[in-house]
Write a protein that binds this ligand. Structure first.
Ligand SMILES: *[C@@H]1O[C@H](CO)[C@@H](O)[C@H](O)[C@H]1NC(C)=O
Ligand SMILES: *[C@@H]1O[C@H](CO)[C@@H](O)[C@H](O)[C@H]1NC(C)=O
Length: 325
């Protein structure tokens, strides 16, 4: 019975931390595909196997350097109108490898909306010390992207904030990474929802269980609660889940997602694609942050920007508004 046998083998992989043959194959594949990348880039995409071509119809990873640009349905970059340099930098990195970006114009709430946010979001239970229009804007923007995923029935999209970009290696291995993560759904008997490409883990990453393997043989783990909204991949199931699970704005979005992870461990399946067998916060191996000079006038976190109201004032104003009704 081949199926049973396959299951047992996968079972073993998922229990053992790094079976030696995975390391061997992983290393070999990494070596081969790194060369494929280098050759592909050098040759400017003339050879079918080595071409670094985004238009290839090959979506899945047989470890050739093709098809990575179609691995997700869209790559959204959340960008505020004032941050033109960040958008130009994102485009420059994307154009160098032929990835198409979709700019998502960041939602910029008015200060009135701090008391009365759109999209059915409630900030009445705010637990963070303060709320800024920047923080609310981040919240609304990501949620609207999730809504777009649901409305368009996208299978998966990548979401990037406009000061980071996946490394070339991440792009190269993206099709295989996603294929393996999808295949593992059958084994785990559930869908994955959210894949961190960058994060600050709050728990012990050494205790994380393996979900699948990256094409390089690194474990893709089931993520402990983590802060990370700068770069991630969300599945249709994930977008559906988060759209309704994130209506209560209590914290900045990254903290809010970590909180949703804590409270819904079994329902909200988050993965980490950081190659965290040598975990480094923020996963510099997966995603890099732009240099200061590439960010122009927008060097600070958008979350801190804009009008600000403290939690106490917010609650007082909401009480006043309620009294008037
Ligand atoms: C990789 O997959 C694509 C599409 O399935 C196929 O055309 C190509 O020949 C494969 N390459 C190798 C080296 O197996
Ligand atoms: C990725 O590869 C392309 C093509 O060789 C190169 O132009 C670009 O600078 C690389 N990007 C990074 C961030 O190294």
């Amino acid at each position: 019975m081949m199926v049973r046998k396959g299951g047992t083998r996968l079972d073993k992989v998922l229990r053992q931390k790094y079976p030696y043959w995975v390391m061997v194959i992983g290393f070999f594949m990494g070596f081969v595909s790194s060369w494929a990348l280098i050759l592909g880039l050098k040759r400017g995409g003339t050879s079918p196997v080595y071409s670094f071509s985004p238009s290839s119809s090959a979506r899945v990873g047989n470890f050739s350097a093709t098809g990575f640009a179609n691995a997700v349905d869209k790559v959204y970059v959340i960008n505020r109108d004032v941050c033109t340099d960040r958008w130009e930098t994102s485009k420059r990195f994307a154009e160098a490898i032929g990835v198409e970006l979709t700019r998502f114009k960041a939602y910029e709430p008015t200060s009135e909306e701090l008391l009365n946010p759109p999209d059915g979001i409630s900030v009445r239970g705010l637990k963070h010390d303060f709320l800024t229009t920047g923080m609310l804007g981040v919240y609304i923007s990501h949620r609207r992207i999730w809504r777009l995923v649901v409305e368009n029935n996208f299978e998966k999209v990548m979401v990037l904030e406009d000061d980071v970009f996946p490394t070339n290696q991440t792009w190269l291995h993206l099709p295989g990474l996603l294929q393996h993560a999808d295949e593992a759904q059958e084994f785990h008997k559930k869908s994955w929802h959210y894949m961190f490409l960058r994060r600050n883990a709050l728990g012990n990453v050494k205790k994380e269980k393996t979900w699948s393997l990256s094409p390089l043989g690194h474990p893709v783990t089931i993520a402990t609660p983590s802060w990370g909204t700068a770069a991630y991949i969300i599945s249709l199931a994930g977008a559906r889940y988060l759209w309704s699970a994130s209506k209560e704005g209590q914290y900045p979005l990254d903290v809010q997602i970590a909180d949703i992870q804590k409270r819904n461990e079994d329902d909200f399946v988050t993965l980490s694609a950081c190659w965290n067998d040598q975990f480094q916060p923020r996963c510099p191996e997966t995603v890099f942050k732009f240099e200061k000079e590439d960010q122009g006038d927008c060097k600070r976190s958008g979350t801190q920007a804009g009008s600000r109201i403290t939690r106490a004032t917010l609650k007082e104003k909401l009480r006043e508004l309620d009294a008037k009704l």
